[in-house]
Write a protein that binds this ligand. Structure first.
Ligand code: 13P
Ligand code: SF4
Length: 328
């Protein structure tokens, strides 16, 4: 009886994701979805989900979805008491920086990022000593402590605009070497890079792009700018996850390959069933730590709460706010 009610309550949601989720898996997912919906109401909570979250999270329980930039902007305007960040730790920290009076929860504390891991606050202080007077632009994929040592943040969605807004000939851009090189190619500004890489995007190669073009004639290839520069150079378009989604919405390429995390294609393909998505994707093990049972547990126990040392938060917030003040 209960199971029938549950399936009836969730049938509209299943209709949305049926091409991505086998029917046999739905009853189990539906139980968690139903519980999460009730918990969101009772705790006055909202779920912010990144574009790399699985379809049952992205399409079924999230209140707001987007790339890192959109999630930061949305977090700032949340009026609910609790924000559950279905994404990785730096995204939850950014939400806390921008809306400090809210309780921000991350369903798995170990949801990190290879870029955030690649640099420490001491590294940033050393760079500043080595290149006095050169502004430090820090990708949001970093800890709050690293942001606190920086002049301004950027995301893949606004990196070019941020660099150009500084009006200087030379900047330090940390920690993603490939993003920095890809943006340098677009701006003509000299960029001093760091040696961090995204463990997901660094695995794509130009040879793979050539193979895709041979195997799938006419395929349009869209690459995230965390991919190596030769991969971006061999692709038809490069942009943040939001820019990739907008490209598809506007151009509707009949056959398309997204050189980015796997769930991105799953989520966009649900919106455009008429397009063929070739899927040479790589999984982000950190994003995949976030699951429906963990979101449910986070809301049931109000864990894991994200906190930031107030002295660090004050300086980190400045870097993020300077970024948000630039029109992109
Ligand atoms: P976007 O800001 O483009 O969504 O990228 C975030 C990210 O972690 C990419 O790997
Ligand atoms: Fe970090 Fe790469 Fe995962 Fe994005 S996809 S969270 S950059 S490891």
């Amino acid at each position: 009886m209960e199971a029938t009610g549950l399936l009836e309550r969730t049938e509209g949601l299943y209709a949305k994701v049926q091409h991505a989720i086998p029917a046999i898996e739905w009853p189990l997912l539906a139980r968690d979805i139903d519980a999460i919906m009730a918990l969101k109401k009772s705790h006055n909570a909202v779920i912010l989900a990144h574009n790399y979250q699985t379809p049952e999270i992205y399409h079924c329980v999230a209140d707001l979805v987007g790339d890192s930039l959109a999630l930061a902007r949305e977090a700032m305007n949340v009026e609910a008491d609790v924000i559950v960040l279905a994404g990785v730790h730096f995204m939850a920290e950014t939400a806390k920086l921008l809306n400090p009076s809210k309780k921000v929860l991350i369903p798995d504390l170990a949801a990190g990022c290879s870029l955030a891991e690649s640099i420490t606050p001491a590294d940033v202080r050393n760079l500043r000593k080595r290149y006095p007077g050169v502004p430090i632009v820090t990708y949001v994929n970093t800890s709050a402590a690293v942001k606190a040592e920086s002049d301004i943040c950027c995301t893949s969605g606004n990196a070019k605009a941020i660099i150009e807004s500084l009006g200087v000939k030379r900047v330090i851009m940390i920690p993603d070497e490939y993003l920095a090189k890809n943006i340098a190619a677009e701006t003509g500004v000299e960029i001093i890079t760091w040696k961090g890489h995204c463990e997901v995007h660094e695995r794509f190669s130009a040879a793979e792009v050539a193979e895709l073009r041979d195997d799938y004639p006419g395929v349009v290839i869209l690459a995230h700018p965390e991919c190596p520069p030769d991969v971006v150079g061999a692709s038809d378009f490069s942009g943040s996850t939001a820019a990739i989604a907008s490209y598809i919405a506007k151009e509707r390429p009949p056959r398309v390959a997204l050189l980015t995390e796997c769930s991105m294609s799953d989520n966009v393909a649900i919106q455009y069933p008429e397009l063929e998505f070739v899927r040479p994707c790589n999984l982000c093990p950190h994003m995949k730590r976030i699951t429906l049972p963990k979101i449910r547990h986070a809301l049931e126990t109000m864990t894991h709460e994200v906190t930031i040392d107030p002295a660090v938060a004050e300086r980190a917030r400045l870097s993020v706010e300077r970024m948000l003040a630039v029109k992109a």
